[in-house]
Write a protein that binds this ligand. Structure first.
Ligand SMILES: [Zn+2]
Length: 231
């Protein structure tokens, strides 16, 4: 039955049809952000079911982690890259929650996911967050949290240095970053816990490495990593 707001939506759709972020086709009423076809063809990594997957190998010798997984992978120019672009630069923070919830439904029965105590979004520098208006990793974590029932912890870990980790930095500079970028405010909160670090995308892994190393320097926690995408 159509109520008044359905009528209004139907009317608005005539002039402003909602489009699939990936292929640009018109969405039908039951679809959100992605059409069913693009949702089905999302290049899933299935890393959550694959121990020693390439994402875990990325951190070998750099950061001791339990497990790592990413929802999908993309190459430069892939239409799925638009999801990240919209989430990060076009203000579509609800897309983070939507994608987080979608991923949660696919990983909720995974044993190691069920052992996680806290979801920890990688913090942005406060100045950067003010400029963007939100932290995309937080919204991703919130979508995951709503479905997994695991709390988001976003107070303990803070980012104190404005510059982001650069992709071409050497090992020494990376270690320097570990000392200066992040700070753990309440290490006792994480003592003996299993933390899932959340970020939108992993490329070199330098940011997540610095984040994880800061935590492990100050407390004995277990760390796993989850991102929306792996480049
Ligand atoms: Zn589509």
């Amino acid at each position: 039955m159509l109520n008044r707001s359905n009528y209004l939506n139907a009317f608005l759709e005539l002039f402003y049809p909602r489009l699939c972020l990936v292929c640009g086709d018109k969405l039908i009423a039951t679809e959100t952000y992605l059409c069913l076809k693009c949702q089905l063809h999302l290049p899933r990594t299935n890393f959550h079911n694959e121990p020693d997957n390439p994402m875990e190998q990325l951190f070998y010798g750099r950061l001791p982690i339990e497990r790592a997984c990413a929802y999908f992978d993309f190459k430069k120019g892939s239409p799925y890259q638009k999801i990240l672009h919209q989430l990060k630069y076009r203000g579509l923070k609800q897309l983070g929650e939507y994608m987080g919830a979608q991923f949660a439904l696919e990983i909720q029965d995974t044993k190691w996911i069920q052992s996680v105590d806290f979801l920890c979004p990688v913090p942005l520098h406060p100045r950067k967050e003010r400029k963007r208006g939100y932290n995309q990793s937080y919204h991703l974590a919130k979508g995951l949290s709503d479905k997994l029932g695991i709390p988001v912890e976003q107070e303990a870990l803070i980012r104190k240095k404005f510059s982001s980790t650069q992709t071409k930095k050497g090992r020494y500079e990376r270690w320097e970053n570990v000392e200066t970028i992040f700070e753990l405010r309440h290490p006792e909160r994480f003592e003996g816990k299993h933390l899932l670090l959340i970020d939108d995308v992993v490329t070199t892994g330098a940011t997540l490495e610095a984040c994880g190393a800061t935590i492990l320097r100050d407390c004995s926690a277990k760390i796993s990593i989850l991102t929306l995408a792996i480049a």
